[in-house]
Design a protein around this ligand. Structure first.
Ligand code: HPA
Ligand SMILES: [Zn+2]
Length: 354
């Protein structure tokens, strides 16, 4: 991928602009485990995978719904055992993210999915932090960590996880809520989110992915979240849309995830344009890119092609990503200026990607 002003664009004789600078705000680090790395880590750790080859594993990436994806997502985590494994996983993601124009990444991890297998929470956080500490210098990407609680586990388990993470809270910017949504409303986690707030952390939650708009209301009013992850089903509730617009609550939408989890059969049916028209602060993200067929810029390209979004709309989505981030104001402004520079370098509406 070219960088700004690095090589001429034959169609315009202007410098090629490369992918739009963007922030990735909805990215599960465990969902970046590519088959090649899964097999390499399995060999390194003596873990037997129930697939003979990378191709055979890739063929298993055909999902009917969220649960069928989660089953494979948790099973493959068996290869993640040591601090080095978590560092290698994060390095692999950051290298790909750089190629996709990601300038800032707020990264989810699922500690309970590892502690349940006997991997200490410190192993997970120290491994990830080692890669993230090098991210700015090695990849030019600023990062934050978001610790998610698995909502299909108990409230007590979330509380125990938060207490186990206390020595590492200086590494963590926010807490989140993920995994199987339906039947596990946000209110179940009222207590642990209150503790996180007391400790000065930001709060986000998956809501309105498969669950109803009522879960989005609860995430806002009971948990007091700063962002909603997915939130697409909010569109079923006019009053909720009005609230999200009035408060400019960011929604981290993941188009390829929606397609691969069969919420829509065709990306052309994705409600992203209606969400933008409604005035929602929408961002585009990759969720679990190794499983859903694309990283950050792949998602931008997919919605551009399927929904006919023009360059101005893509830049609006990229600007939203920085506005919705937990960055400090000067850094946010610096990144927003990079989008202005990208627009000037692209020099034409619709120029996007390499
Ligand atoms: O898309 C998701 N939804 C809920 N939980 C998850 N955990 C990883 N990815 C997801
Ligand atoms: Zn997610």
């Amino acid at each position: 991928m070219t960088s700004v002003a690095s090589s001429p664009n034959p169609s315009t004789d202007r410098p090629a602009a490369g992918p739009l600078p963007k922030a990735e705000l909805h990215l599960h680090i465990e969902g970046t485990l590519e088959p090649g790395l899964a097999f390499a880590l399995a060999r390194r750790n003596g873990v037997e995978l129930p697939y003979a080859t990378e191709d055979e594993l890739r063929r298993a990436y055909s999902f009917a719904d969220l649960q069928s994806f989660l089953d494979l997502y948790y099973a493959l985590m068996a290869v993640l055992r040591t601090e080095d494994d978590f560092a290698d996983l994060a390095h692999a993601y950051l290298a790909r993210a750089k190629e996709q124009g990601v300038r800032h990444a707020e990264i989810f991890f699922d500690p309970q999915a590892h502690t349940a297998r006997g991997v200490a929470i410190g192993t997970v956080i120290d491994g990830l932090a080692r890669a993230l500490d090098a991210a700015e210098e090695t990849y030019g990407i600023s990062t934050r960590l978001i610790m998610c609680f698995l909502r299909d586990e108990s409230a007590e388990s979330a509380l125990a996880t938060f207490e186990a993470a206390r020595p590492y809270l200086h590494r963590i910017t926010a807490v989140g809520l993920d995994s199987a949504e339906v039947g596990h409303p946000p209110v179940k986690f009222r207590e642990v989110f209150a503790l996180a707030k007391e400790a000065g952390l930001k709060c986000v939650a998956h809501a309105g992915e498969e669950g109803p708009p009522a879960y989005v209301w609860e995430a806002l009013d009971v948990l007091g979240v700063d962002r909603i992850d997915h939130g697409v089903r909010s569109m079923e509730d006019e009053r909720l849309v009005a609230r999200l617009v009035a408060d400019q609550v960011p929604l981290t939408v993941c188009p390829l995830s929606y397609l691969r989890l069969r919420v829509v059969d065709d990306l052309a049916d994705h409600p992203l344009p209606a969400m933008l028209d409604a005035g929602l602060l929408v961002t585009v993200n990759s969720d679990d890119p190794a499983y859903f067929g694309g990283y950050a810029d792949d998602n931008f390209t997919a919605v551009r092609d399927a929904l006919g979004l023009d360059g101005a709309t893509l830049r609006r989505l990229a600007r939203n990503s920085f506005r919705a981030s937990f960055l400090d104001e000067p850094t946010r402004e610096r990144y927003l200026k990079e989008i202005d520079a990208h627009e000037a370098a692209a020099g034409q509406d619709g120029a996007h990607g390499a």
